[in-house]
Design a protein around this ligand. Structure first.
Ligand SMILES: *Cc1c(COP(=O)(O)O)cnc(C)c1O
Length: 455
């Protein structure tokens, strides 16, 4: 196509996907099932009903239906902030002096500041449809809690958020955004749950962790009539909802005849990356096209690049089903110096299987280089990126610089998952030159991996 590609490729409302795409349907090796932590038997629909909403369990367990319709009520909500723009990073290309063509899909155009709203609204919808009173969840940095509180207020559901205590204290504004949307926010670990009290007794003064907040939120859901637990990443259902990212991207690129060579995303629990790559991976799995996929994770929490592919606990209190995934062990704690999010010890079981089958690569990057990339990007592209998103920016820039050396005109696509306005302490540390890199030793990782369950 000779027509110049615009800076921003917008789709119309009518081009918003009508189905989510379930990549498991095209995977030869399916991700391993969740196991009951007591019996080690695969979890069935009935086993999960006390914790999750019925329709979401069906999505969680469905590995054969390729296209799952997006209910109209959810599409209506999507229309408030989607389709999200696909941006050609002309300014960044020029700054780098690269022959590569760089595109990013920007998911930060909503108050939660990230892609998490795509799944929050779906999960709230199914909870409402089931006639529930409310949902409980955990949040780390606060994006998920914010997204969920927005979704719950839209559907008039009660929203109880267990927020990792260090974040609760360091990010009071996040907390206030959630409360503005009507959520009840509790610092975790707390005295309000049995598992919280147990953790506090064992580790007084702990700043908490995601794994611990998950245990509390699950307990809170199962102990209150009319409540279920919802999770913002890792699960198959979340990755499914996030495929709106990849589907829109694919439609926009197909429209202009653009074929990405490399597709890059940051990986915490794997939902944005899985959502971005799923439709492209589908083409690869069906033998219709080939792409290079790269997951980027922090060097301080390197589950894919240094973890093991085994069954592990999903939470600190061991109340959740066991999941087979690349993991660092459920007791793994990233160094407190680590500022960039993406701190979960495990990884989506779908992405774990794709990685194990060598259909996707992974790289780990150190946080000072991540913030250097964030700054470089912000200065030319105008968006202040979230530290999580900046992991993908780092590798996109690295790939573009490689093209500069080789003269290759590769097309690089990456996911820009959100904005970083609530991460200014981390930016401050970078600007002050006081940020350091923290990489766990082999011994530390081996120690937490030794505590994975024996299956
Ligand atoms: C939560 C979050 C991530 C990481 O979560 P995934 O499930 O791995 O996508 C990345 N970027 C932003 C901005 C986030 O809020």
């Amino acid at each position: 196509m000779s027509e110049k590609i615009p800076y921003k490729i917008y789709l119309s409302e009518n081009e918003l996907p009508t189905n989510w795409y379930n990549v498991r349907a095209d995977m030869k090796n399916k991700p391993a099932p969740l196991l009951n932590p007591a019996t080690h038997e695969p979890m069935k629909f009935e086993d999960l009903r006390a914790v999750f909403c019925d329709e979401l369990i069906k999505q969680e367990l469905d590995e054969t239906t390729a296209y799952i319709p997006i209910p109209d009520e959810i599409r209506e909500f999507y229309k408030m902030y989607r389709p999200a723009p696909l941006v050609r990073a002309y300014c960044l290309e020029k700054k780098l002096g690269t022959p590569a063509k760089i595109y990013y899909k920007f998911e930060g155009n909503n108050t939660s500041g990230s892609h998490k709203l795509n799944s929050a609204i779906a999960q709230a919808y199914y909870a409402k449809k089931q006639g529930l009173c409310g949902v409980t969840t955990e949040t780390g940095a606060g994006q998920w809690g914010t997204a969920l509180s927005m979704a719950c207020s839209y559907f008039d559901l009660d929203c109880q958020v267990y927020m990792v205590k260090v974040s609760y204290e360091q990010k009071p504004f996040r907390r206030e955004v959630m409360r503005t949307y009507g959520a009840q926010v509790t610092p975790s670990p707390s005295e309000t749950t049995e598992v919280g009290r147990k953790i506090l007794a064992e580790f007084p003064g702990t700043g908490g962790s995601l794994g611990c907040a998950i245990s509390e939120a699950v307990e809170a859901a199962t102990k209150q009539e009319g409540y279920r637990y919802v999770l913002g990443s890792v699960l198959n259902q979340v990755l499914l909802h996030q495929t709106v990212i990849g589907l829109e991207t694919m439609t926009a690129m197909d429209k202009y005849g653009i074929k990405p060579d490399v597709i890059i995303g940051c990986a915490g629990g794997g939902s944005n990356l899985g959502g971005l790559i799923s439709p492209f991976m589908g083409r690869k799995l069906r033998g219709e096209a080939d792409y290079q996929f790269i997951a980027v994770e922090p060097a301080s929490c390197p589950s894919l690049t240094r973890g093991k592919y085994v069954y592990d606990f999903c939470d600190t209190g061991h109340v959740c089903p066991l999941s087979k995934m690349y993991t660092l062990g459920s007791e793994f704690m990233p160094s407190p110096n680590h500022a960039g999010g993406l701190r979960y010890h495990g990884m989506s079981s779908i992405l774990s299987q794709l990685y194990d089958d060598k259909l996707m690569e992974a790289r780990s990057v150190e946080q000072t280089s991540v913030f250097a990339a964030a700054q470089e990007f912000a200065r030319v592209e105008g968006i202040l990126p979230a530290p999580e998103s900046s992991h993908a920016i780092r590798v996109a820039i690295d790939e573009a610089l490689k093209c500069k050396e080789t003269g290759e005109e590769k097309t690089i696509l990456f996911g820009l998952t959100g904005t970083g306005y609530f991460d200014m302490y981390a930016y401050k540390a970078f600007n002050d030159g006081t940020m350091s890199d923290c990489i766990p030793t082999d011994d530390e990782i081996a120690k937490s991996l030794a505590k994975t369950p024996k299956i």
